[in-house]
Design a protein around this ligand. Structure first.
Ligand SMILES: NC(=O)c1ccc[n+]([C@@H]2O[C@H](COP(=O)([O-])OP(=O)(O)OC[C@H]3O[C@@H](n4cnc5c(N)ncnc54)[C@H](OP(=O)(O)O)[C@@H]3O)[C@@H](O)[C@H]2O)c1
Length: 269
């Protein structure tokens, strides 16, 4: 099975690396086409990939085509691709906000998958929600899942509304975590910890909490109860957050991201 990655910037390159590191793609079967001559030149020495100078020959020999260009480049790219496509090919779009309908119409291909990855894909800890048009068979769906799993874990969702929802939870989610980390970092620095000690204190706290959550059936609320004893320090912090409505504000923020994802989808219709 040959896979073509169109666009090898941040996300495209991350997936290209994940795919070649997995056992699914054999050496020489990961093709890359990027418009940028500088990027092609940079990648040309990397023997994990086959770099193409032209789009057409790469399209003609692939079955699965990943799209990882910015959404505003989609229309021109699809127009360039269309004359060289055949109905059996599957397009897997990693682009935010570009709908299945749009891709189907612009490429003329009935088999389209829309996936929403997130940044931790860079370290093999990503989560990618995906859904597809009805022409994608169950077997093809399983193949796509295994390809998307190569950068972490893939989650199949019922329809595109859930792609917009996952954009709001996991797609933008790392930034919410960094926002919280930044506040903790500033508090640690204000208390007098060095930059390095602050980094260790915060990153290990997050990592440890995530591991506890993953390894048990307790909810985050259940874990808060375990940490916070009556009249103790944690209770003081949690009470302060409750008084300031922090939970409601975080939910509001996630919904703001969801609404924006819906709007972006409507703009490309
Ligand atoms: N980065 C993330 O965390 C993230 C998360 C979720 C989803 N995504 C999605 O992933 C997609 C890519 O984002 P990115 O951050 O990886 O962008 P990026 O770093 O700008 O990479 C896009 C690459 O595609 C190239 N390109 C543009 N038009 C092309 C064309 N017609 N044919 C071939 N290559 C072309 C660009 O070249 P030039 O620079 O010369 O234009 C660039 O090298 C976006 O649609 C985004 O919504 C990204």
């Amino acid at each position: 099975m040959k896979v073509l990655m169109i666009g090898a910037g941040n996300m495209g390159f991350t997936f290209a690396e994940g795919l070649v590191a997995s056992s699914i793609i054999k050496k020489g079967n990961l093709l890359i086409y990027d418009k940028s001559p500088e990027l092609r030149e940079k990648l040309s020495d990397d023997d994990r990939f086959r770099i193409f100078e032209e789009l057409e020959p790469a399209l003609l020999m692939t079955h699965i085509i990943f799209i990882a260009v910015k959404p505003h480049h989609a229309e021109d790219l699809f127009a360039e691709m269309k004359p060289h496509l055949h109905k059996d090919q599957i397009v897997v779009s990693l682009m935010a906000g570009v709908t299945l309908d749009f891709i189907e119409n612009a490429t003329g291909l009935p088999k389209v998958v829309r996936a929403m990855p997130n940044l931790p894909a860079k370290v093999g800890k990503g989560v990618t929600a995906f859904t597809e048009t009805k022409d994608v068979s169950k077997i093809e769906q399983i193949t796509i899942r295994s390809l998307l799993d190569s950068t972490g874990v893939a989650i199949h969702v019922e329809n595109e509304t859930f792609i917009n929802k996952s954009t709001a939870i996991s797609g933008s989610g790392p930034a919410y975590v960094f926002y919280f980390m930044q506040s903790m970092f500033e508090a640690a620095r204000k208390m007098g910890f060095s930059v390095n000690d602050s980094k260790v204190l915060i990153s290990n706290t997050f990592e440890g909490a995530v591991q506890l959550f993953k390894d048990s059936s307790l909810s985050p609320e259940g874990w808060i109860d375990r940490v916070a004893s009556k009249g103790g320090t944690t209770e003081a912090a949690i009470d302060s957050m409750k008084d300031n409505n922090v939970s409601a504000k975080i939910k509001e923020a996630a919904y703001a991201a969801f609404e924006r994802a819906v709007e972006l989808g409507q703009e490309t219709k």
